[in-house]
Design a protein around this ligand. Structure first.
Ligand code: ADP
Ligand code: BMX
Ligand code: ZN
Length: 297
């Protein structure tokens, strides 16, 4: 089986063909349109899948947002240029003419990374630190999606009750502080208006404010990990997303986590599939689900 796997993030859209042995072919990436309208996202997806759809048996889409019955509902619409709802399954089915599955991006990435662990670990949590902060939980070998697709949205746990307002409507969410958007929103003076990526570049050249912003993000994620450890009793945390995978970021997180009492500590690794975790996880789930008529549709 060959799957057209698609990863829809707040910053970039990626697509590739994935075969049964998880080889990735013809990967392409385009920016996520920063528009409130469905038409802009549909147009971008159409361009993205056009050269790939004729070479696949099914599609598998891992997308930012709450995915329920194939519909994307943004928990934080600001991450998608204000777009609140999008009929993801229906659009991809029409654009590709293929059967498929849809699920949350971090849930998909969690499933890929869990399967890559290849050990006797049965409980793990994947965290993406990217445009937002997303998560996927595997408990006793099962991926938790929840009846409403909401399971694992750990970026919206509270880090600081007096912190900045999050796009989800709560105050002081982890995402509002630690994510790429959170880092960029807190930047002032010489860093105002820059992306998180450029703030990382400034930190590498010794900019003190950039270093402080990144450290604040890492501290927030370390506290989140300690909380997740005692909520889930997980044996492994895997970090992904362009910020989670940025040089030095995991070390910053681990330095803070190591100062917590032993019971809160847990092994933290970078995503072994790097930025392809969502694509691979979606393809793995498509193979499993399409063979027995998908509840993830
Ligand atoms: P998505 O959220 O679309 O899945 P990413 O995982 O690439 O995309 O996350 C996007 C965020 O990561 C943006 O805030 C961007 O500025 C930041 N970013 C991208 N590349 C890097 C990098 N090399 N180092 C640090 N931050 C990065
Ligand atoms: C937000 C939320 C999650 C998503 C996470 C990471 C929206 C649109 N998205 O918390 O569903 O998993 O961001 O998304 O509400 P990414 O774009 O950073 O990969
Ligand atoms: Zn929030």
């Amino acid at each position: 089986m060959r799957t057209l796997a698609i990863d829809i993030g707040g910053t970039k859209l990626a697509a590739a063909l994935v075969d049964d042995t998880l080889n990735i072919f013809a990967r392409r990436e385009i920016p996520t349109p920063g528009s409130r309208t469905s038409e802009a996202l549909e147009g971008a997806l159409s361009n993205l899948v056009a050269p790939l759809k004729g070479h696949a048996d099914c599609f598998a889409a891992a997308s930012t947002g709450i995915i329920r019955h194939g519909v994307l509902t943004a928990l934080n619409p600001a991450n998608l240029g204000g777009l609140e709802k999008f009929p993801l399954f229906r659009v991809l089915n029409r654009l590709t003419g293929l059967p498929g599955i849809t699920l949350n991006d971090a849930q998909a990435a969690a499933w890929a990374e869990y399967n890559a662990l290849g050990s006797n670990i049965r409980d793990m949590v994947f965290i993406t630190v990217s445009t937002g902060v997303g998560g996927g939980i595997v408990s006793n070998g099962e991926l938790l999606t929840g009846p409403g697709g909401l399971a694992g949205h750990l970026g919206h746990m509270i880090a600081d009750p007096c912190g900045p307002l999050c796009g989800c409507g709560r105050k002081g969410c982890v995402e509002a502080i630690a994510s790429g958007r959170g880092i960029a929103a807190a930047a002032q003076y010489e860093l105002e208006g820059l992306t998180a990526k450029s703030i990382f570049a400034h930190a590498a050249t010794g900019n003190i404010q950039a270093n402080t912003l990144i450290q604040r993000s890492a501290e927030c994620i370390a506290t989140l990990i300690a909380d997740l450890r005692i909520i889930t009793d997980c044996q492994k945390i895997v970090l992904g997303g362009s910020i989670g995978l940025a040089p030095g970021y995991i070390n910053r997180v681990c330095d803070v986590l190591n100062k917590e009492p032993d019971i809160y500590n847990v092994s933290v690794s970078p995503a072994s599939y790097r930025n392809n975790a969502g694509i691979i996880g979606a393809a793995l789930l498509a193979e499993k689900m399409i063979k027995k008529a998908s509840p993830y549709k």
